[in-house]
Design a protein around this ligand. Structure first.
Ligand code: PMP
Length: 400
């Protein structure tokens, strides 16, 4: 009965790893997927995660019962505190509802489904470019997807004018997806002053902000600094949604731990919103997994463990920043044509190199370096040892 099926293409991001795995070359390098690697190129489990996991295993009073539909209560409370700040008025006034979801993707999807069902405007505006999964998640959730200008290839920076113009002409009430920090794939973020102008425009047009926070702490190394744009919008008392992921900042990729928070106008509305979120979640996956959320809650509620986390998080962020400098220096020392300063200016896990699809495929074929065809490279996949190989490949690609 499935004979008519055509083979579907690989996912454009995860497919890079599939191709990488098939390559027998000893010098191959995977800069496709946004997962942190150590200097030795190995995945990293944070010490603080190992510690809490050990505690969980040793605690024989724990069981594997189902969580409630909305997930682990402690985890939800602490996640809201992490993104909004401990002294957030929205939290103090009980105007926030937070539900544990399947990492960032699941939080976006639950938020999207909720909006499609209950919000009066069904159009969501995404930046161009954006994370490749965004349009698919929101389309399948039942929203229609539009775009706003974001990145200016000529300056390799923000197209702030285009950004404001496009939001300015969006129909009142439209949903706007905003990357909270470390925009993927460009690594280009608005300044705080620009965020303030964006906020004013969004509020004056009654647009509904939906933040995607997949990199809190990973951009600058500071959890509070990376949450500033979100907190700016909470401070004005208006409504918003936030999808949080613990994949990158706690290295919990495969545990699928995340949260969706919806900030409402009153405690009463928030509790009705939560009751409706349960109706979205229950037929989708019933309730979320317990293990990852217990790890996160264990870390967030303990002052010492929390401090340990911030130190490990900063170390990851700093290693990425140092990779940026090393790659920039390596291209300069090769006198590679072009201005490569965007490598050190961009923020977060990725550099949007500006290399085109043809140059990318040359680098893959000749140098066994794997990345998405838009020229995005994961700085977290680089090390001091592999920087020269990458710089040689970029130099060869642009001087061909
Ligand atoms: N949003 C953005 C912008 C991302 O880059 C990612 C991860 N690549 C996610 C959401 C979701 O990731 P996850 O579902 O693994 O938390």
């Amino acid at each position: 009965v499935f004979n008519h099926l055509l083979r579907a293409p690989e996912d454009p991001i995860l497919g890079v790893t599939v191709a990488y795995n098939k390559d027998p070359s000893p010098v191959k390098l995977n800069l496709g997927v946004g997962a942190y690697r150590t200097e030795e190129g190995k995945p990293l489990v944070l010490n603080v995660v190992r510690k809490v996991e050990q505690q969980l295993i040793n605690d024989l009073s724990r069981n594997k019962e189902y969580l409630p539909i909305v997930g682990l209560a402690d985890f939800n409370k602490l996640s809201a505190k992490l993104i909004f700040g401990a002294d957030s008025p929205a939290i103090q006034e009980n105007r926030v509802t937070t539900v544990q979801c399947l990492s960032g993707t699941g939080s976006l999807r639950v938020g999207g489904e909720f909006l499609a069902k209950h919000y009066h405007q069904r159009t969501i505006y995404l930046p161009t470019p954006t994370w490749g999964n965004h349009p698919k998640v929101f389309n399948l959730a039942g929203l229609s997807v539009e775009t706003y200008r974001y990145y200016a290839p000529a300056t390799r920076g923000l197209d702030f004018q285009g950004f404001l113009e496009d939001l300015g002409s969006a129909p009142s009430g439209s949903i706007v997806l905003l990357h909270a920090c470390a925009h993927n794939p460009t690594g280009v973020d608005p300044t705080l002053e620009q965020w303030e102008q964006i906020r004013q425009l969004i509020r004056s047009k009654a647009l509904l902000p939906f933040f995607d926070s997949a990199y809190q702490g990973f951009a600058s190394g500071s959890l509070d600094a990376d949450a500033q744009p979100v907190r700016l919008f909470v401070a004005d008392g208006g409504e918003l949604l936030v999808a949080q992921s613990y994949a990158k900042n706690l290295g919990l990729y495969g545990e699928r731990v995340g949260a969706l928070s919806i900030v409402c106008k009153s405690a009463d509305v928030a509790s009705r919103v939560e009751s409706q979120l349960k109706l979205v979640i229950r037929p989708m996956y019933s309730n979320p997994p317990i293990h990852g959320a217990s790890i996160v809650a264990g870390i967030l509620k303990d002052g010492d463990l929390f401090n340990e986390w911030t130190i490990e998080l900063k170390a990851m962020a700093d290693r990425i920043i140092s990779m940026r400098q090393q790659l920039f220096d390596a291209l300069r020392s090769r006198e590679t044509p072009g201005d490569w300063s965007h490598i050190i200016k961009q923020i977060g896990m990725f550099t949007f190199t500006g290399l085109n699809a043809e140059q990318v495929s040359f680098m893959t074929n000749e140098y066994h370096i794997y990345m998405t065809s838009d020229g995005r490279i994961s700085m977290a996949g680089l090390s001091s040892k592999t920087v020269p190989h990458l710089a040689d490949a970029i130099h060869a690609a642009v001087t061909r």
